[in-house]
Design a protein. Structure first.
Length: 763
């Protein structure tokens, strides 16, 4: 029997040994799940922007053990539980010693291990009674049986009391020292190790800093016994260090912080916000609004982005976060508003890419109808012929709309879709009004568009975090050449304060929404993209909300201040795009100069794309000094003179704009007009669907231009003649039904132009 009993006993012991690890192997909730955690948001350099309260109104920021300074871990074990790694969660010797001291009436000492203290806080155990103490012991044994020692130590350091509603070294380090727990020094670790033993007396409202100092120095003596090499370091920092008050917790960059907290779930977020840049933007914006209060301007938003990394460096969502009168807690950076003319640069960029223009191409700023849409300029006037670069700088509406109407795909609408602009209605909903701010965009989306110009046409997404973004393929929505030229044109925009282009260069564009509800300026300086919005969150109109007058001064003041503080690292270093050339042109026509062109200048040209041809505008002719008419042969009464031969539509523009034009005299020679002289259809527009309403006669206007104003032009619709008209005059034709029509206009010499038009019926 004895051998049998021995075998059973041995079997039972073996089974017990096999079962001992089982609780630790079974699924179990992480100790961090026992209570909610705060969340911290840091600036790019690690400074605290905000620490939130946990769901139970405690400051408790769960921090992994690896992110807690090693000196603090060692100091806590040295002070609280030297035998932590060998006992099973309870130290019998410490309990016996504590019991003896208590019975003998001597100074009470603690016998609780770190595991027992954690059990008491986790399970809410009242350990002042015998039953409570026994429960605490059992709970500690259970914790030690189920969890690893590292897990228990991590949990203790995150639940340890640090005064008031502050728990754990993660939150305590940020609140009292404004640094993460990973960066605690040895003297700081010694102070933090002794606080949880009596937080109310050592750091709470009834704190006694002498008590904290004494406890810390007792621990320092023990530390030096184990680490004599730290003697000078510890003694030089004797006594507890100055601690920040909880009431002074920072509340910086509130709109950026709230955006980050909303779109990310991490407990610790390191933002890309640069506190120096944030401070500059906030200060300049506040000072500027004080100067404009007399005209009712009291709210603004600003977004500053490093285009090289696409990181948000400064963000001001409203003039005053705490001002309820302006709805200050609304983040204007993510609000959708009409952008006014800030989208115009991308029309010109697309036109450059599609070979419609180069910077010196002559455009027409004159009254035009685009179907039912008849755009006007902001000043209510037309300036006639104008170079593309000047049309963009002066924000002329008609040339921009005309260019948008001539774009192939992608047009502006498809381009905005590709560039991530959200919540767009259908393309037909906007029509060509999209050019003038018909859609709504956010400041984020606008910043991404302008950053594309700085990044050689590549679109990249904004980032609010300091982490280096994973390299993703960046779609090229514009060529590097078109992006370069668009920025180059915008850099020539004169400042409203000096009437000269900014030096160092700033590329910028203003915008004013319909009804004076939003004033904008967006642009690029150095490697930064800056977007400014001024307005009211309730959409209230104000005549002072004009982009060039309200938003541009703030934009330029911020750019100047950033440079004055030496916070601008300079432009992104990109080589000149390979297909970009510098060419000489005839200043008046924008084409390559012929032999008779009197004034020449230079412009950029995209090889293989830009529309470039020899100018036919200037022509040298012989003038009979007696009759003043053109003659064929030279003689004693002839003189050679150069005249500009503008097409009829441009001649009309000069007259309407009140610009003097030296008209060539009558021709007695009978030579053809310079150039090919072929007529060119002006209306109907290419790519525009014309809508006819049933029951209403709506004739379609047909107009063409030609080099000679005296010739009659013959019009055809699907090869059927429909009438004649002089160049520049309008012929009206009533379509018999909806459908596709091929229009053709022919001059007496047989030269022609054609265009297909779609006509639809509408009830």
């Amino acid at each position: 029997m004895a051998p049998a009993r021995a075998r059973r006993l041995i079997g039972a012991l073996l089974a017990l040994l096999l079962l001992l690890p089982l609780p630790r192997m079974l699924p179990k909730p992480p100790l961090s799940a026992a209570a909610p955690s705060s969340r911290s948001v840091l600036a790019a350099d690690g400074q605290l922007l905000r620490l939130t309260l946990a769901g139970d109104q405690q400051y408790r920021l769960w921090t992994p053990l690896a992110a807690i300074a090693a000196p603090l871990q060692e100091a806590v074990l040295l002070y609280e539980d030297r035998g932590y790694y060998w006992h099973p969660g309870v130290n019998p010797w410490a309990l016996a010693r504590a019991g003896y001291y208590s019975v003998a009436g001597q100074r009470r000492i603690g016998g609780s291990t770190i595991t027992m203290q954690l059990a008491r806080r986790l399970y809410g155990i009242d350990s002042r009674t015998v039953a409570g103490k026994l429960g605490q012991i059992c709970a500690a044994l259970w914790l030690n049986w189920r969890y690893d020692k590292q897990d228990i130590l991590e949990a203790y350091l995150n639940y340890a009391p640090y005064g008031g509603n502050i728990e754990g070294v993660g939150a305590a380090s940020l609140i009292y020292l404004r640094k993460p727990a990973a960066k605690l020094s040895v003297p700081e670790a010694l102070t933090f190790a002794v606080i949880p033993q009596n937080p109310a007396k050592r750091i709470g409202e009834k704190n006694d800093r002498a008590e904290l100092k004494a406890a810390r120095n007792r621990l320092a003596a023990q530390w030096l016994a184990a680490h004599p090499q730290d003697a000078r370091y510890v003694r030089d920092a004797a006594g507890p260090m100055p601690l920040e008050a909880r009431a002074t917790l920072p509340f910086r960059a509130p709109h950026a912080v709230e955006h980050l907290l909303r779109v990310n779930r991490e407990r610790v977020l390191q933002s890309s916000i640069d506190l120096r840049l944030q401070g500059v933007v906030e200060r300049v914006l506040a000072e500027y609004l004080k100067t404009r209060a007399d005209v009712g301007i009291n709210n603004a938003a600003a977004l500053l982005v490093d285009a090289s990394t696409m990181q948000v460096k400064a963000l001001v969502g409203s003039a005053d976060y705490r001002n309820a009168e302006i709805a200050g807690q609304v983040n204007g950076v993510i609000a959708r508003r009409s952008p006014g003319s800030t989208l115009k640069p991308f029309i010109y960029a697309l036109a450059l890419d599609q070979g419609l223009i180069h910077p010196a191409t002559i455009l027409k700023d004159a009254s035009q109808n685009f179907g039912a849409f008849a755009p006007e300029n902001f000043d209510g006037r037309f300036v006639g012929p104008i170079a593309a670069q000047d049309a963009l700088i002066r924000s002329r509406n008609v040339p921009a709309v005309d260019l948008a109407a001539r774009l192939a795909k992608p047009g502006l609408y498809q381009f905005l879709q590709l560039a991530g602009v959200q919540k767009l209605a259908s393309e037909s909903h906007y029509g060509l009004a999209l050019v003038l701010g018909g859609a709504e965009v956010t400041m984020e989306e606008l910043a991404q568009l302008y950053a594309m110009l700085a990044n050689r046409g590549q679109w990249r997404e904004l980032s609010y975090t300091a982490a280096t973004a994973v390299d993703k393929p960046a779609p090229a929505l514009l060529s590097a050449e078109a992006a370069f030229l668009t920025l180059d044109m915008l850099r020539r925009t004169p400042r409203p304060d000096t009437y000269a282009a900014a030096r160092p260069a700033i590329a910028w564009k203003t915008g004013t929404s319909w009804g004076f509800r939003d004033a904008w300026t967006a642009g690029v300086f150095g490697r930064y993209v800056l977007v400014i919005w001024i307005g009211n969150f309730d959409g209230a109109s104000n005549p002072a909300l004009i982009g060039i007058e309200a938003a541009a001064p703030l934009f330029l003041r911020i750019a100047d201040a950033v440079r004055a503080e030496k916070l601008d690292p300079g432009e992104i270093a990109y080589p000149q795009p390979p297909d970009l050339r510098r060419v000489e042109i005839c200043s008046a026509s924008g084409d390559l100069p012929n032999a008779d062109c009197p004034a020449r200048s230079a412009t950029w040209f995209i090889a293989g794309k830009s529309p470039i041809r020899e100018s036919t505008l200037h022509r040298a002719v012989l003038i009979d000094t007696r009759s003043g008419r053109i003659v064929c042969r030279s003689g004693p009464h002839t003189q050679r003179q150069v005249f500009e031969y503008w097409p009829t539509d441009m001649q009309q523009l000069f007259r309407r704009a009140g610009m003097p034009l030296r008209v060539p005299p009558g021709d007695d020679c009978g030579e053809p007009a310079p150039g090919d002289g072929a007529p060119r259809i002006v209306t109907p527009l290419r790519g525009v669907v014309h809508v006819m309403r049933i029951g209403r006669a709506q004739p379609l206007p047909l107009r063409a231009d030609a080099a000679s104003a005296g010739e009659s032009l013959h019009w055809f619709a699907d090869a059927a003649p429909i009438g004649t008209a002089r160049p520049g005059d309008t012929l009206y034709w009533q379509p018999p039904q909806a459908g596709r029509y091929q229009f053709r206009v022919v001059d007496p010499a047989g030269r022609a132009d054609s265009r297909e038009v779609v006509i639809e019926l509408e009830q």
